[in-house]
Design a protein. Structure first.
Length: 141
């Protein structure tokens, strides 16, 4: 088992080769480095922290993939989730209890993983045969 931490997210690899992600704060999926979009956080208005809120952090590239392609003002499509990165402004993500769970990266189920690494805006894994998979920021190809 191993853990790798990026600037805003964390990856965990189990002894069985399963990969889990953890959003450290609201910027955890800004570039898609989390590998998931929806997760749950404890409801900050619930003193006992038993209620949860479903949160969706949509990567910038999916929210508006043509943001730099036009000078025209673009209106983002509304999200189906109750809480998105735009309306989480009142939720404090500086507390260690912002999110208390790890979430399995669904697309990696069944992929044999030997090693993980997390960068500031990107996530990586290496398979036992040396193949490398990456997701997140792709500014330079």
């Amino acid at each position: 088992m191993s853990i790798a931490s990026g600037k805003h997210h964390l990856l965990a690899l189990t002894s069985k080769g399963r990969v889990f992600a953890h959003p450290v704060n609201k910027h955890a999926n800004h570039y898609g480095q989390l590998g998931i979009r929806k997760f749950e956080i404890a409801d900050p208005t619930d003193a006992r922290r038993t209620a949860h809120l479903e949160v969706e952090l949509i990567p910038r590239s999916l929210a508006d993939p043509f943001i730099n392609a036009s000078r025209a003002v673009r209106v983002s499509a509304p999200s189906s989730s109750a809480f998105t990165s735009e309306n989480l402004a009142n939720i404090d993500d500086k507390d260690i209890r912002f999110c208390t769970s790890l979430f399995e990266v669904p697309v990696l189920r069944g992929v044999e993983v030997a090693q993980i690494a997390a960068g500031s805006r990107t996530s990586f894994l290496r398979t036992p045969n040396g193949r490398v998979l990456a997701w997140g920021a792709n500014d330079y190809g």
